[in-house]
Design a protein around this ligand. Structure first.
Ligand code: COA
Length: 259
């Protein structure tokens, strides 16, 4: 397996680290393929109950690889966009919660990668944005779609059409970033702690709730409400629900089996 994306599991928390620091983790085809493969491994690991995605060095990812894109034909450009969407689609569809730990620049494809995670933590010096129009390009891995579901409409327009990155103060204010941390060590510690917190919850409930959040975002309100009612009923048949409620009433910690 390529070392362009490093993989490890710390207890119940899987970590994927983009590892092309000399190019600020710019997303080229090889890296996107490696990311897709690593995500497949995480999906197949029953002990992974949360995922943290981060970057090696001073960037999360400074975007799609400009040097590689420069040589592409329109058909190759479309294929490259499809490759990014495929990898980020796998990430978004993971059953377990995913946290982007943004340790520096998250620009273009880097910002889109962070948006494919369930939520974003960042260091105080992080910069996020969609600078593609500065290159005469447009976002290709979800910047006009997923980012639009994370931040208010005026802000997605300013980010995508204005092309100027924002700092963490603005990112927090518009809801793109959940929390910020003084440095990378604090960021990683908080991401690991949150991953462990999530891992202690009922796994089936977390997976079903996440599926509803993803599907609900693609549905109108009536369909989303119906999906929730159906799923809510289904939860009553799970062992995790029996265990969680029994543990509460017996004033003990639950031991979830994920069934
Ligand atoms: N694609 C390819 N290579 C990239 C890259 C990208 N998106 N972003 C950075 N790199 C490379 C640089 O070319 C440089 O390589 P070199 O050392 O061989 O010259 C290396 O990473 C370090 O980047 P550099 O620009 O020297 O660092 P910096 O601190 O001066 O600036 C940024 C950092 C993020 C502001 C700057 O690299 C940048 O603007 N990158 C492009 C951001 C962008 O437009 N992303 C969207 C792409 S669609």
């Amino acid at each position: 397996m390529s070392d362009l994306v490093l993989s490890e599991r710390r207890g119940p928390v899987a970590w994927l680290t983009l590892n092309r620091p000399d190019a600020l983790n710019a997303l080229n085809g090889d890296l996107l393929n490696a990311l897709g493969a690593r995500l497949g491994e995480v999906a197949g690991d029953p002990r992974a109950r949360a995922l943290v995605v981060t970057g090696a060095g001073r960037a999360f990812a400074a975007g799609a690889d400009i040097a590689e894109m420069r040589k592409m034909t329109p058909a190759e450009g479309r294929g490259f966009s499809q490759l990014g969407h495929a990898a980020f689609g796998v990430l978004e569809a993971l059953e377990i919660p995913t946290i982007a730990a943004v340790n520096g620049y998250a620009l273009g494809g880097g910002c889109e990668l962070a948006c494919a995670c369930d939520w974003i933590y960042a260091t105080e010096r992080a910069k996020l944005g969609q600078p593609e129009v500065s290159l005469g390009l447009i976002p290709g891995f979800g910047g006009t779609s997923r980012l639009a579901r994370k931040v208010p409409p005026g802000w997605v327009r300013e980010l995508v059409l204005g092309g100027e990155p924002i700092g963490v103060d603005v990112g927090l204010r518009i809801g793109l970033i959940n929390r910020s941390f003084a440095d990378v060590d604090a960021l990683h510690a908080a991401a690991q702690k949150m991953g462990e917190t999530v891992a202690a919850k009922g796994p089936v409930a977390v997976a079903v709730a996440k599926r509803l959040l993803v599907e609900g975002a693609d549905s109108d309100a009536r369909v989303a409400h119906a999906l929730e009612q159906e799923a809510f009923g289904g939860i009553f048949a799970t062992e995790d629900f029996a265990e969680g409620t029994a543990a509460f009433l017996a004033k003990r910690d639950p031991e979830f089996g994920g069934r």
